[in-house]
Design a protein around this ligand. Structure first.
Ligand code: CA2
Length: 155
């Protein structure tokens, strides 16, 4: 049992191309921007007394490094891995490696789109998955993660 208190901070990870939110494909991803997403997550976390560290990158290694750093600085991870969802064993291994609770979020309903989007390398190690709820999915993910942080681990 660690003597250190768990940090009241969440890591928000957005993967490749999510910096384009609000600029194209509004029928799929809506018209809100990445800044809106980060704001929603920060406000929701603040309601529970949590702060956030937000990272978006189009480079997989940057995301891996941010996840590794979260091991000591954050209590849980909210991640929309973008297309890396469907390709990245490295991202899955990084999340498993740090051992923090993980919420996987997708803005669109990946199961109603091309078949290749239905497979996720992340879902099998995530605590839960939210898909198709737009950016509200991020707010739900924060609420649910913080709820479970207050509970003892499942047997
Ligand atoms: O639905 C999601 O949140 C996704 O993670 C978004 C990824 C996609 O590859 C996943 O299958 C599902 C793509 C993010 C790209 O976002 C854009 C936003 C606006 C314009 C172009 C891309």
């Amino acid at each position: 049992m660690s003597i250190h208190a768990r940090p009241r901070r969440l890591l928000l990870v957005n993967g490749p191309n999510l910096n384009l939110l609000g600029t194209r494909e509004p029928a799929i991803y809506g018209s809100t921007t990445l800044a809106d997403v980060e704001q929603v997550v920060a406000v929701t976390a603040a309601e529970f007394g949590y702060e956030i560290t937000a990272v978006q990158s189009n480079h997989e290694g940057v995301l891996l490094d941010a996840i590794h750093e979260a091991r000591s600085s954050c209590a849980a991870v909210v991640i929309n891995p973008g297309a890396l969802t469907h390709t990245s064993v490295a991202l899955r291994d990084a999340l498993t490696g740090v051992g923090l609770p993980v919420a996987e979020v997708h803005i669109s309903n990946v199961h109603r789109r091309e078949e290749f989007r239905s497979h996720s390398f992340i879902s099998g190690i995530a605590d839960f998955v939210v898909a198709g709820a737009g950016i509200h999915g991020y707010a739900f993910a924060v609420q649910q993660l913080i709820r479970t942080l207050g509970e003892p681990p499942a047997p």
